[in-house]
Design a protein around this ligand. Structure first.
Ligand code: HEM
Length: 506
């Protein structure tokens, strides 16, 4: 019995309430579908929806991306599903996703938002914003990430400093099996902290630990069935415990960010910006002094943008790194070749970004880790900014769109062995690194990941430094075959809880 069916079969009084609410919504649904304007062409095909419930019973809410990949085999690369009462168009396969997000970047470049993210972000910040505010916040974030982080020597130094702390923590385990989750999330979160706040935190700092934990918990809950149900039927609100946990985490994280902003304000020096927040505050002050009282530079946009950078920038990179170490323990021969290349090209000195071009095999392995890890299988929900006829189908303005990145990263017409971990996907016959068009873990187009350059730098430096220092293997008594690669579906796809041994290399 599904959770939805279970809810409908609860105590009589709640059944009456639910049925009443259901009937009311059914009338609304019939009324709204009757009143909407006639489509101006053929709509994308898809499974027949039930009123209100849509295709609920055909969708595996625990692995939605998986069901959608299967449906694309039946309905083609552009199809419609009804997620509850909401009509959503799904784009599948490299050619279609690229054509939509890149060739029709404007039309497919809006952000859609289900009730919970909409309720919590209130249209501020970057990830769930649209229009001029989004444009301004995205531009500001890109410039400032560049100035205080990515693409500069400064960020390389920050990352290398953090790697040293992480190596110390790994070494403390003295080769015994341990779970890499906590320390990896602390290290990656600290990179964002040093860009946003201008300082890192000790891994033992309770406020920092709590904050990283909250981010992780919310991302994990993001993929649960109960949150998906809430997003379809928000009137179920109080019955969904995970909704309250995510809302409380959202409140607590933003309160912590607010406190840190207040501290930074006390020592703000417009002549010497230390971090992203300083830079935002100075811009706000300058605009206010010149009489722009209605600009986008207000506290809600600041707090929500910082919040977005933490949520989008921590779990994604840390989870990819954890997949990377797990895959190295699972495939020791590939680990051998990475370590041989690092020893030959770099020796024992600290790896640097400029070493990448001389490490083609390692670079191919990192790309293949990202492809197989597939951590954002449905990207983040998009929406159409205007009516469009796409591949012969009419899609109305404001329709929600899922770019199915999983179907691009595993596209059978693009990859030689789509379902196997095979670094040769990124190597030519001479062993040189080759880029692949269908490598799209950061998505593409107008909404492409804003932290891509930073993430790529982090992944390269963390991966090469850790592989230079440690040999990764399964816990004692386990073999490579025991390492399970089944993903846990949350807001991102992460590895099942596991332990690894990190033995210092001599
Ligand atoms: C391995 C690491 C990462 C992966 C795989 C990844 C992937 C993605 C994906 C798939 C999207 C959605 C794109 C779309 O809607 O089409 C996204 C958006 C975003 N990412 Fe990343 N990301 C990573 C790291 C980061 C980092 C380090 C940051 C911050 C510094 C970041 C900040 C963002 C932001 C702010 C957005 C929203 C962009 C917008 O709506 O305009 N990401 N990312």
């Amino acid at each position: 019995m599904s959770l939805m069916e279970g809810l409908l079969l609860q105590a009589p009084s709640s059944t009456v309430t639910l049925l009443g609410a259901g009937l009311f919504l059914l009338v609304l649904y019939l009324f709204s579908s009757g009143s909407s304007s006639e489509p101006q062409g053929k709509e994308p095909p898809g499974p027949r929806p039930l009123p209100l419930l849509g295709n609920l019973f055909q969708l595996d809410l625990k692995r939605l991306y998986h069901t959608l990949c299967k449906m694309s085999k039946e309905y083609g690369s552009v199809f419609t599903v009804h997620i509850g009462p909401r009509k959503v168009v799904v784009l599948a396969g490299y050619k279609t996703v690229k054509e939509a997000l890149v060739n029709h970047a404007e039309e497919f470049g809006e952000r859609g938002a289900f009730p919970l993210p909409k309720e919590l972000s209130k249209g501020h910040g970057i990830v769930f914003a649209n229009g001029d505010s989004w444009k301004e916040m995205r531009r500001f974030a890109l410039t400032n990430l560049r100035d205080f982080g990515m693409g500069k020597k400064g960020s390389e130094e920050k990352i290398i400093e953090e790697i040293r702390y992480l190596i110390d923590v790994f070494e403390e385990n003295k080769g015994k099996a341990f779970d890499t989750t906590e320390s990896m999330h602390y290290a990656i979160s600290n990179i964002i902290c040093s860009i946003v706040y201008g300082s890192r935190f000790e891994y033992s700092d309770p406020r920092f630990r709590r904050s990283v934990e909250r981010v992780r918990e919310s991302i994990q809950l993001g993929g649960t069935r109960s949150l998906q149900l809430y997003n379809m039927f928000p009137w179920l609100g109080s019955l969904m415990k995970s909704k309250s946990v995510v809302a409380k985490n959202d409140y607590d994280i933003k309160r912590d960010i607010h406190d840190l902003v207040t501290e930074l304000k006390k020592t703000l020096n417009p002549q010497m910006c230390r971090c992203f927040i300083d830079s935002f505050l100075v811009r706000k002050q300058t605009l206010e002094e010149s009489g722009h009282m209605t600009s986008h530079y207000h506290d809600r946009n600041l707090i929500q943008s910082v919040f977005n950078l933490f949520l989008a920038g921590t779990d994604t990179t840390a989870t990819t790194m954890r997949w990377g170490l797990l895959l190295m323990a699972k495939y020791p021969k590939i680990q051998d070749r990475v370590q041989e290349e690092i020893s030959r090209v770099i020796g024992s000195r600290q790896p640097l970004v400029e070493d990448r071009k001389n490490l083609p095999y390692t670079d191919a392995v990192i790309h293949e880790i990202q492809r197989v890890a597939n951590i954002a299988p449905m990207a983040v929900l998009h929406a159409t900014s205007r009516d469009i006829t796409f591949q012969g189908y009419f899609i109305k303005k404001g329709t929600y769109v899922i770019p199915l990145l999983a179907s691009v990263l595993m596209d059978e017409s693009e990859w030689e062995t789509p379902h196997a971990f095979n670094p040769a996907h990124f190597l030519n016959e001479k062993g040189q690194f080759v880029k692949r068009d269908a490598f799209m873990p950061f998505s593409a187009g107008r909404r492409v990941c804003l932290g891509e350059s930073l993430a790529r730098m982090e992944l390269f430096l963390f991966f090469t430094s850790l592989l230079q220092h440690f040999r990764f293997s399964p816990p004692p008594g386990a073999t490579e075959d025991d390492l399970d690669l089944t993903p846990v579906v949350g807001g991102t796809l992460s590895p099942l809880p596991h332990q690894l041994c990190a033995v210092t290399r001599v």
